[in-house]
Design a protein around this ligand. Structure first.
Ligand SMILES: Cc1cc2nc3c(=O)[nH]c(=O)nc-3n(C[C@H](O)[C@H](O)[C@H](O)COP(=O)(O)O)c2cc1C
Length: 274
C-alpha cells in the first residue's frame, strides 16, 4: 500500500540519512503528500485510494440533447427513475441525499426516502423537530441528490421547501408498517439519548399502549415538498467528459439558442462542463 511504502521510506531515510538529498529534491506536490503520510504515520495508516476508478458509459452511449426523449425535467426524472426502479440491483432507488443549511449558511446532508413526486415537487417525511427540520424552519431551501450507480447516473434537484398539509402526513403515517410507526413515535429525532436500551424500552411501552392500527402520528412528524426550480441530469462517461444537462427557468433574453435552449412547459435547458 502506498502509505506504508512512503512511511517505510521515511523511516529508512531518518535512520541512515542516505536518502535525505532525494527527499529535498521531491516536488512540492510530493512533499505535501509525504508530510500528510508521515503526519498520520504514528496514528493509523493514511489510505491512498486515488487509484479507485470505475468505468462509466462509453462513447456509443452519450447523453446528448438530441436523445433527451422529453424536454421537461419532471417527466425526464420519471423516465430515469422508472428504469432504475424496475432494476432489482438497485435496492433503494428512492434514497436521496437531502442537503439543508443553517441560516448562516452551514450545510448539512443526510439520506431520506423520496415518497412521491409530481410537477409540484419532491416529497419526503421526517420529524419537524429534527436537525433538518430546524434548519428548514430557518432556511426553507434544499437540495436533493440521487446517485444510481448501476446506471452511472445522478440527478440533482434544488428548490424551495414547504411543509405538506397535516392530512397528507396522516394519510402516509397510517399506511406505514406498525414497526415504522412505533419507531417514529419513540424517536426524538436528532437529540441525544443515553443508550439503545432506553429507546427499546420506550418502544416496548408504546407497543403495550398501542396495538396495530392504533399508533397515533407524532404531532411534529410530517412531510415536506421540495418545489424544484433546477434539475440537473448527470451521466458519467468513461472518458471523464461527463454529460450534464441542467433544466431551469429562463432569465431575460433566454434561451439564446446557443448556450440555452427552449424546453417544454416554460423550462429551458443547458449543457454544463463536467
Ligand atoms: C437510505 C436512508 C433512508 C432514510 N430515510 C429517512 C427518511 O425518509 N426520513 C427521515 O427522517 N430519516 C431518514 N433516514 C435517516 C436520516 O438519514 C437521518 O439520520 C435522520 O433523518 C436525522 O437527520 P437530521 O439529524 O439531519 O435531521 C434515512 C437514512 C438512510 C441511510
Amino acid at each position: 500500500m502506498q502509505s506504508y511504502l512512503v512511511s517505510d521510506f521515511l523511516k529508512s531515510a531518518r535512520l541512515h540519512g542516505q536518502f535525505k538529498q532525494s527527499i529535498y529534491n521531491l516536488s512540492c506536490q510530493g512533499n505535501r503528500l509525504l508530510s500528510i503520510f508521515s503526519r498520520t504515520d504514528n496514528r493509523k495508516p493514511a489510505m491512498d485510494i486515488s487509484g479507485m476508478r470505475h468505468p462509466y458509459h462509453d462513447k456509443n452511449d452519450f447523453f446528448l440533447e438530441d436523445n433527451i426523449e422529453v424536454k421537461e425535467p419532471l417527466d425526464l426524472f420519471n423516465r430515469w427513475f422508472q428504469v432504475v426502479k424496475s432494476d432489482t440491483r438497485t435496492v433503494e432507488p428512492n434514497a436521496m441525499c437531502l442537503s439543508t443549511s443553517t441560516k448562516d449558511g452551514y450545510p448539512t446532508s443526510r439520506f431520506v426516502l423520496l415518497k412521491g413526486y409530481s410537477k409540484d415537487g419532491f416529497i419526503f417525511f421526517t420529524h419537524y423537530t429534527s436537525r433538518k427540520g430546524q434548519q428548514l424552519e430557518e432556511n426553507p431551501k434544499a437540495a436533493l441528490t440521487f446517485y444510481w450507480e448501476h446506471y452511472s447516473r445522478s440527478v440533482r434537484i434544488e428548490g424551495d421547501v414547504e411543509k405538506l398539509d397535516i392530512e397528507d402526513a396522516e394519510k402516509y403515517f397510517k399506511n406505514r408498517p406498525y414497526q415504522s410507526q412505533i419507531g417514529a413515535l419513540c424517536s426524538n429525532q436528532s437529540f441525544p439519548v443515553a443508550s439503545r436500551k432506553d429507546m427499546e424500552q420506550i418502544a416496548l411501552r408504546l407497543k403495550e399502549k398501542y396495538k396495530e392500527g392504533e399508533v397515533p402520528r407524532p404531532p411534529l412528524w410530517g412531510g415536506y415538498i421540495v418545489k424544484h426550480h433546477t434539475i440537473e441530469f448527470w451521466q458519467g462517461q468513461t472518458d471523464r467528459i461527463h454529460d450534464r444537462i441542467r433544466f431551469r427557468r429562463p432569465k431575460e433574453d433566454e434561451p439564446d439558442g446557443v448556450l440555452t435552449h427552449q424546453g417544454e412547459d416554460g423550462w429551458i435547458y443547458e449543457r454544463l462542463y463536467p
